[in-house]
Design a protein around this ligand. Structure first.
Ligand code: ZN
Length: 288
């Protein structure tokens, strides 16, 4: 954490053995800047260390779960030094392709893997938009419970990138559907994601929190260590299926794309800013 006072990008409260970790930038659709990710990591640590917490819910305040990484709000902070969680250097001291590589190794791939391995059950409570970097936060959770108006989208191919940094697409979805999600970058409604097992349950938005609380309460009754081992067992199987290695491989393709974009357009994401992405999305949504 830096010394200066920061906005509360993430809120934390414990109720009946459940930690409610909420992204708290609703005015920017909970866009994730690096300080938000640091606060999120702090919240998860707090939940892990609190013996009263049996289950962790990750949600977002406001209309949307999260619109992804911060690519254009006034508090975008990739120019600021961040506290690293793993043993990677300060990206600001690096040039060339190394700068973004060390940043994303720690802040995206590193944090997501760390959160996926939290030894307590985690539930993503998703309403509205879950876009790009938003998928990363939902996918690292054990269960995804969505509102009936939730949708999932990875439009990064528009930015000439092969998906977001945490490449779980082809594990979360059948390969052909993963390609469709990426090629077209369309919004996948919760109902369709449910058909592939990417979403566990769907509820009306008005009752989402209440229903998630009921499911969390039921899990909280189970033996904690039994839950930890169960989680590790399933994660272990996913890694045996190649998830970890595939993700490492694709992470390097992701950075080949960033470097290529930088050479071709002078910009990491093919010259597309937040405004251009939002306009493209809007056009696609109105046509679809
Ligand atoms: Zn990237």
């Amino acid at each position: 954490m830096t010394e200066e006072a920061q906005p509360e990008y993430v809120t934390y409260r414990v109720e009946s053995n459940v930690a409610w970790v909420m992204l708290n930038r609703p005015q920017y659709s909970n866009a994730q800047n690096y300080r938000l990710l640091a606060q999120l990591d702090d919240a998860f640590r707090r939940a892990v260390e609190d013996d009263d917490v049996k289950v962790i819910v990750l949600g977002g305040e406001g209309k949307h779960f999260t619109a992804g990484h911060d690519i254009g709000t006034p508090e975008k902070d990739s120019h600021m030094e961040r506290e690293r969680v793993h043993l990677w250097p300060n990206h600001l001291t690096r040039g060339g392709a190394e700068r973004q590589y060390v940043l994303e190794q720690d802040a995206y791939l590193g944090l997501c893997r760390r959160w996926q391995d939290i030894p307590k059950p985690t539930i993503a409570m998703v309403q509205g938009a879950c876009i790009a970097g938003g998928l990363m936060l939902a996918w690292v959770c054990d269960l995804i419970i969505a509102s009936d108006d939730a949708f999932f989208q990875d439009p990064t191919v528009r930015m000439a990138q092969p998906g977001v940094e945490y490449f779980a697409h082809a594990f979360e979805l059948p390969p052909r559907v993963a390609k469709e999600l990426l090629y077209l970058g369309r919004r996948m409604p919760a109902q369709r994601a449910y058909q592939f097992g990417m979403v566990n349950e769907i509820f009306p938005r008005e009752t989402l929190r209440e229903e998630v609380a009921k499911i969390a309460a039921e899990i909280a009754e189970r033996n904690s260590f039994g839950l930890t081992l169960t989680k590790q067992a399933v994660n272990f199987v996913e890694d045996l299926r190649g998830k970890r290695q595939a993700m490492d491989g694709v992470f390097h393709m992701h950075h080949l794309a960033h470097a290529h974009n930088q050479l071709m357009t002078g910009n990491l994401v093919g010259g597309l800013d937040a405004k251009a992405m939002a306009a493209a999305n809007k056009k696609q949504a109105s046509e679809g």
